[in-house]
Ligand binder design. Structure first.
Ligand code: ADP
Ligand code: TRP
Length: 321
């Protein structure tokens, strides 16, 4: 089984990325053929600052490695190091119906949030389809926000297979209901582009500040509250032990849950949870040359796989003579 997923280096990676995708990917390392990559070409649709993009790419690589991704047990690379993906994107774009892209919520949401509606942003899902189809991935673990993009990739794969003969595996999304949408501190989906995140590697006072800023309602401590609609509870549940979670759930339903205390407890939980990884990340960032070496080696492995698919595609569509 080939499992593949990518992440944008467009800002500090956050606990929504961790539970929605990174942790799931790392857990598949022993049992599957795993493809993990940092999608810097996608990030170009929103980041036009060379230093921010290149530093973000290196930092995202350090994040994954610090969290336990072993580059010898998977293929781990930076998207732009495999230019084959751009060629496949063009070929796929010639059979992607405009209407399919016009329906994408993500494009409409990003434009509504002020990102310039460039052609790249519009065709973002075609590049994502190429990412997936180039490696013949069977399953793609993502958060719920990417479900529609996966449907676009499936549609494009089927269309290509119908027109040119069976070529691509039609990929299945893998969305874990428990962590499909981790809420941000304002209760919307946690996202780098909404400024509402708890970054994975934040620590000390800035982490405490961010946790204390999680929005809660004004229900008095002694009154019952609904845990399901409380974003503090949702975030707390990602880190607390089963027993502690059961206790806190009963404080919510019977009265007695004090948001301030729970936030301080959450601060301790998050600090502990990523303590080891924080140290490892610092080590990786202290040796950027080693990081680059790891990523370039991963790209070589990815390119070998990519070139096999691309040769078949070129032949199927008539780009060989
Ligand atoms: P962001 O929205 O912060 O820019 P990305 O688009 O780079 O995040 O997403 C990388 C991966 O993390 C994707 O699989 C995405 O679905 C997942 N993800 C992002 N935010 C969340 C969230 N709040 N909850 C669950 N998964 C998420
Ligand atoms: N669009 C995805 C996101 O923003 C990132 C991504 C790019 C991706 N290519 C991919 C995810 C291929 C899975 C598979 O989260």
């Amino acid at each position: 089984m080939k499992i593949l997923s990518g992440i944008q280096p467009s800002g500090k990676l956050h606990i929504g990325n961790y539970f929605g995708m990174m942790n799931t990917m790392i857990s598949h390392m022993e049992s599957s053929e795993l493809y993990v990559f940092i999608v810097d070409l996608h990030a170009l649709t929103s980041v036009h600052d060379r230093n921010r993009l290149s530093a973000g790419t290196l930092e995202a690589a350090a994040d994954f490695l610090a969290l336990g991704l072993d580059p010898d047990k998977c293929i781990f690379w930076v998207q732009s190091d495999v230019p084959e993906v751009c060629e496949l994107t063009w070929i796929l774009s010639t059979l992607t119906p405009m209407g399919l892209l016009e329906r994408c919520h993500s494009f409409k949401d990003k434009v509504a949030k002020g990102i310039s509606p460039s052609h790249g942003l519009f065709s973002y899902p075609v590049l994502m389809a190429a990412d997936i189809l180039l490696y013949q991935a069977d399953r793609v673990p993502v958060g719920k926000d990417q479900k529609q993009h996966l449907e676009v990739a499936r549609d494009i794969a089927q269309k290509f297979n119908n027109e040119f003969g069976e070529t691509f595996v039609v990929p299945e999304p893998a969305i874990d209901e428990q962590t499909a949408t981790v809420p941000g501190i304002d209760g919307q989906k946690m996202s780098k582009s909404y400024g509402n995140t708890i970054p994975i590697f934040l620590e000390g006072t800035p982490l405490k500040k961010q946790i204390m800023a999680i929005q809660t309602d004004a229900t008095p401590v002694e009154e019952p509250k609904d845990p399901k609609s409380c974003n503090l509870f949702q975030i707390f549940s990602l880190f607390a032990s089963k027993d502690r979670l059961a206790e806190v759930r009963s404080l919510y339903t019977n009265g007695g849950a004090a948001y301030g205390y729970l936030k301080l407890e959450l601060f301790e939980l998050i600090s502990d949870y990523f303590r080891e990884a924080r140290k490892k990340k610092a080590d990786f960032l202290n040796d950027p040359e080693e990081l680059r070496r790891i990523m370039k080696k991963g790209a070589e492995k990815a390119r070998q796989k990519a070139s096999v698919t691309l040769a078949v595609v070129r032949d199927r569509v008539g780009l060989s003579y």
